[in-house]
Design a protein around this ligand. Sequence first.
Ligand code: PMP
Length: 433
Amino acid sequence: VDQAVCCDISGPLPVLGRDVTVPLVTGGEVTYAALDYAASAPALQRVWDDVAAYAPYYGSVHRGAGYLSQLSTDLFENARRTVTEFLDCRADDQLIFTRSTTDSLNLLAAALPDGCQVFVFETEHHASLLPWRDAQVTYLDAPRTPRQAVATLEEALAARTASGQEGQGPALVCVTGASNVTGELWPVRELAAVAHAHGARIVLDAAQLAPHHPVSVQDLDVDWVAFSGHKLYAPFGSGVLAGRADWLRAADPYLAGGGASRKVARRTDGGVDVEWHDTAARHEAGSPNVIGAYSIAAACNALTEAGFDTLVAREQHLIDTVRAGLAEVPEVRVLSLFGDDAPRVGVISFVVEGWNSSHFAAALSAEYGIGVRDGLFCAHPLVRTLLGSDPQTQGECGAPEAAPGEKSLNAIRVSFGAGTPDEHVERFVGAVK
Ligand code: PMP
């Protein structure tokens, strides 16, 4: 299958939906400014073209004897290799195609060895915060600097060693690479070093990091990494969990069914004996999402060809434009855990004094054709900490807003990336002003 032609990288990468016009309540229409990349980035045109190029060769995968089945199987397994390389995995790592980051972390949670203790900062996205069983989790307080994050983890793991809990089972640290609320980068390499120094393992939630920065499993020295295709400029429906094979091989299959099982036979007592695969197939039961895997690989190729140096530099220019524009509006408060100078990706949340965040976001859409998000961004404890609202009582997703003069109960988030033209962020800044 021919690869689609690579695109011009001096400006935004072409994405789906870039020419869509939307009506304005004030009359007329305007091209839609998609500034909600942190929720789902528009798929790259290049990825869509690659999928279209594959479409005529569409065939069943695995075990199909026909030519197109063999081709589809090759494309699926090549996609696994491409993504493995994109993540710079170790030679003996496993890469499992899942539905999303949420699915990947739930898979890992289901594969934890007995007695495994999990350490997770309360500031995590719910996908990293919630898959673990209550009895096994230690929630760590929100740090206010990256150094404090490292110190907090160090203290928690040292306490585990001191109390002799180490003897009861292994430990896992789960941490995000870039916050979906503040966009701030977390000190992943340092946290991994602390985890390993205490004999713990670490899984990186790269849902917001991978679309913006190269992620090297070996360089960061993380044990697993999880991300979602739909945030990495591929269509919805596919994700990845990659990393150490041992726990995955030892665990029960995430889903039981065909593809995961090597041998199934009736027993004389009436039951069945099952021998499960110990490859990635063990956790990929059922017919796989070949298009999903193929499109993630296409996105990895497109980003690698565009070059992360170029992408990061362009995105930094967009971040600077938004930050400088918001700084000129005295009523705007940008939410930050690590402070103004912290390195970040193109994800910025803020509140506007005297404004209901939901109304503000609705006005950006209706009056300017700008799509942002309002709410608590599936990171309720973090957003409440940043807003200074009472953790016990305030702020559900979609809950009524604070009355005028009261503290905001939710926030507005603007997020962008490789497909964002300057005009979109300039329109946004102008609209806020
Ligand atoms: N982790 C982070 C940091 C995220 O931002 C998100 C999505 N907002 C997820 C996990 C979950 O991703 P998905 O919805 O694709 O499972």
